[in-house]
Ligand binder design. Structure first.
Ligand code: SER
Length: 875
């Protein structure tokens, strides 16, 4: 059975049982506590928690998942993957164990036609109900095993919904491991499908057993996850995912590029490398398509690690040319039909992987040089610290360090390396926990408020003011009964005209008045999905939950923000028109009168035509039309949706004229011309394949213009010409200035020549040669050096020059010894330098000294002269 049939069989089966098909969410989750989407249930978390009620109580999906916590296992085993598609059916407080179990059995044995004799079941320790249900569908008791928390209790790895589970395993036969069921051998009895009976809530804590189960969820739910890869491997009778039709073309390409065949499941490190390269190519392709860009931390780092690991294993297999561009193309070719975002983003994917692989090559070269010098210095061992620095700073992999050291007959202190790595992991983990902790505590408070009162009613699309009521007050430690003058707290209102920051648009500010208090709204953010959280300062009086209030958003600021938001959409559309579809939005910041727009592109962009196009488009005064529809229709209508944004089933679409259509929850102008002029003030690279444009809009663009014109007017006045003549006049002035400078330099040289000649004529003959020791009226150290050299050339090589000067309360001395004297110039000044309160420096024939004691300069010159006489005589 081909993988496309496996997917459609699954979806059909559950659709016929009244499940609604829900598309996969992007790999970048909207849940701030989660790095990457790792299970089908992620997007349904609010339903399980009872925060939001789903439109329909049953769902079925094929979800893109990334799991990289045990990346080191991937490739080594045949069953781990960093990316996979998870088939899942879900019940939100609707059906439970009995249906979940009987449907799973029916689908497996009658539709996928798996041999019932090879299926094994595991259940959570004391889940007698599940045991009974499995027996009822016909599973013999000897093939039902009971396992504990570690295996049969599922949670997201973070606080949230969780529950006991029951898993279906497939016996792959004796060549994969020992007899005895999944309790004995997970490689032979491979888990295929996990049925989670979502009924509990887990709190904070780490490790499978280390967190508390806080209690029951509002309802009993079902969350199942069936790995498409693994099922495909069974149904297509191959050993690993790489050999299924999901990855086979890419896997074959790896072998072609390496010029040799995959040695089979048991070929040791080579087998691992073949599998890693193919498997990682798929994750890399999907991650970039969903908007992840390589970076030093976060999900960008996950991506970078995958790319580097793939490249390393490719090189290990002898693939020396760029590998990732071809490999990711083959993934797109194979899976782009099912996942159209891969095809849409193919240009970007190619650019990103090419840049990253080339960058990694440079890293490897740079690391190799450093490593060579470390090897050169080492006697027996390369320190763990050096290996760690190479790894941490240059991304240079430890196994390469070890290999290189070994070839040079050296070892690496791997224990020290491991300890340093562990320490770093610890630090990162602690930092991560802290962040998660804060976010989770706040989310909990918002969740309670939403559960009690429902979401905020946002009325700000139609109006900037509203009659409302204070629903809750929140301080740093939780809800408050009252807040008074000077306090800065968070306020939740029943209805709010304040836009809560999202989609890049800043939150509204404004004022809330109750009968007893005035509150200044400093910012508005989304708490949970539809909960608007207002950060306020109480200007006077006292406020309590329940108070009636009048809320007024700052209308001018909102209007200026709307201009920027509409301008951003038009800028996006025009960039794509000029540069191509790959120039898609990667982020934006929409503020009153100003916008920042990040997009995918690989070279600098000439902003003048972009600006002209945007302004022309807006001046045509296109109508701004806002409408709502279902997500599926929006996509069919070609609306641009943004990565990582969360959209429900119903979406809001903003059209500006014919060329711009985006899914957007923001506030906009009514007509294009209201956005006013757009003035681009900056364009720059902000990372590999990423650029940023900054622009001003409306009145701010005009003010910027005025300011520029004021500068020009002032310059023109200073130059005494009309503004349009200013550049020519300034150029002339600068030329004259340069000319004058050259002239002055010539004069200065002539003056120094004359001075050198005069000083040279003052040379006194001494035994062994001649000596010039003079004080020069205030001049610079540099001039003293020039004079010294000139005097030496004017005379012969058998003399010594000592010159001193004082400027700005400091003394400076320069001494030079002729080539035939054999004197180290510094010897001349050592003692003299002490007399002016400083030290002497300089090597060879010329030396200098400086000190803070100019009063002693004459004495110091005499001392240096005396020393010169002695040295000349000795010579
Ligand atoms: N959430 C469970 C898992 O990921 C079942 O879907 O395994």
């Amino acid at each position: 059975m081909r993988s496309t049939d496996i997917r459609s069989t699954f979806l059909d089966f559950f659709q016929k049982r009244d499940h609604r098909v829900v598309p996969s969410s992007p790999l970048i989750p909207s849940d701030p506590t989660l790095l990457l989407a790792n299970a089908g249930m992620n997007q349904f978390k609010p339903y399980f928690l009872g925060e939001t009620t789903p439109e329909h109580p049953r769902a079925v999906s094929v979800q893109k998942c990334a799991r990289t916590s045990d990346i080191e296992n991937v490739g080594r085993t045949t069953r781990h993957a960093t990316f996979f598609e998870m088939l899942g059916n879900f019940s939100f407080g609707d059906y439970f164990k009995s249906e979940a179990i009987s449907w799973a059995w029916e689908l497996f044995t009658r539709h996928y036609n798996l041999d019932p004799e090879r299926l094994w079941i595991t259940v959570y320790l004391d889940d007698e109900e599940a045991v009974r249900l499995w027996q009822r569908v016909g599973v013999p008791p000897e093939r039902i095993q009971r396992l504990g928390m570690e295996d049969n209790y599922w949670s997201m790895g973070i606080p949230g919904p969780c529950g006991p589970s029951s898993e279906l395993h497939y016996d792959r036969g004796p060549s994969f491991g020992r007899e005895g069921g999944p309790a004995v051998d997970g490689e032979r009895y491979q888990e295929l499908w996990n049925l989670v009976f979502m009924q509990n809530l887990r709190g904070e804590g780490s490790g499978k057993d280390g967190y508390p189960i806080l209690g029951e969820l509002p309802a009993r739910n079902i969350d199942t996850g069936l790995g498409l890869d693994r099922l495909a491997a069974v149904l297509q009778d191959v050993d690993t995912v790489c050999e299924t039709d999901l990855l086979a073309p890419t896997f074959r390409l790896v072998q072609e590029m390496a010029g040799r065949e995959y040695p089979g499941r048991d070929g040791g490190d080579d087998s691992t490398s073949f599998r890693v390269v193919a498997e990682h190519s798929r994750s890399i392709t999907f991650l970039i398509a969903d908007g992840v860009m390589p970076a030093r931390d976060g999900r960008g780092y996950v991506l970078r690690r995958l790319m580097r690991r793939a490249v390393r294993h490719a090189r290990r297999l002898g693939i020396d040319d760029l590998a990732l561009p071809a490999l990711t193309s083959s993934v797109i070719g194979n899976l782009g039909g099912t996942w159209p975002e891969l095809t849409r983003q193919s240009a970007l994917i190619r650019q990103v992987v090419t840049a990253e692989e080339e960058g990694f090559e440079r890293t490897l070269r740079q690391g190799s040089r450093l490593l060579e010098s470390a090897i050169g210095r080492a006697t027996a061992t390369i320190s763990g610290r050096t290996a760690f620095d190479l790894h941490d700073t240059y991304g240079f992999p430890i196994d390469l360090t070890v290999d290189a050291a070994r070839s040079a007959g050296l070892t690496v202190d791997e224990d020290e390396f491991a300890a340093l790595l562990e320490e770093q992991r610890h630090q990162a983990h602690r930092a991560g926990q802290g962040r998660k902790g804060d976010a989770v505590a706040r989310q909990d408070a918002y969740r309670r408020i939403t559960a009690e009162h429902g979401p905020t009613q946002f009325v700000g699309y139609a109006s900037t003011s509203a009659e409302t009521r204070v629903q809750a007050l929140l301080g740093p430690h939780g809800t408050l009964h009252a807040a008074g003058e000077g306090d800065e707290v968070e306020v939740i209102l029943t209805r709010s005209p304040f836009y809560a920051e999202s989609g890049g648009q800043v939150g509204d500010t404004g004022t809330v008045r109750t009968s007893g208090a005035t509150l200044r709204v400093l910012d508005t953010r989304p708490g949970l999905d539809d909960l608007h959280v207002h950060t306020v300062r109480i200007l006077d009086g006292e406020v309590r939950p329940g108070d009636e209030a009048e809320a007024v958003a700052d209308a001018d600021r909102r209007a200026a923000t709307a201009r920027s938001h509409s301008a951003t959409h038009v800028l996006h559309a025009m960039l794509r028109r000029l540069l191509g579809d790959h120039a898609a939005q990667r982020g934006s910041r929409v503020e009153p009168g100003r916008l920042r727009f990040d997009f995918a592109h690989f070279s600098p962009v000439d902003t003048r035509p972009v600006q002209t196009l945007v302004n022309d488009y807006l001046l045509d005064d296109p109508e701004v039309r806002v409408w709502e529809t279902t997500r599926a229709e929006a996509e069919a209508a070609g609306a641009v949706a943004l990565f990582g944004e969360k959209y429900g089933q119903d979406v809001r679409i903003v059209d500006i004229g014919d060329a711009s259509r985006e899914l957007c929850g923001g506030t906009h102008v009514g007509h294009g011309s209201q956005a006013g002029p757009v003035h681009i003030v900056g364009e720059a690279s902000i990372g590999t394949g990423l650029r940023r444009i900054e622009a001003l809009t409306g009145a701010d663009a005009l003010r910027h213009h005025d300011h520029q014109r004021d500068i020009l007017t002032e310059l023109a006045a200073m130059l005494n010409v009309r503004p349009d003549q200013a550049p020519d006049r300034l150029r002339q002035r600068l030329e004259t200035l340069a000319e004058t400078r050259r002239h002055l330099d010539t004069l200065r040289q002539a003056e120094l020549d004359a001075q050198a000649e005069r000083l040279a004529s003052l040379a006194e003959p001494v035994p062994g040669g001649w000596l010039v020791a003079q004080r020069v009226p205030s001049t610079t150290g540099a001039d003293l050096r020039t004079l010294t050299t000139k005097i030496l050339t004017l005379r012969d090589g058998r003399g010594v020059v000592v010159l001193g000067t004082d400027t700005d309360g400091k003394a400076a001395l320069v001494a030079a010894a002729g080539a035939d004297t054999g004197i180290q110039a510094r010897d001349l000044l050592t003692e003299a330098a002490r007399e002016v309160g400083g030290g002497a420096g300089g090597k060879g024939p010329i030396a200098n000294a400086g000190g803070r004691d100019p009063g002693n300069l004459p004495k110091a010159i005499t001392t240096a002269a005396r020393r010169a006489r002695t040295l000349l005589t000795l010579d």
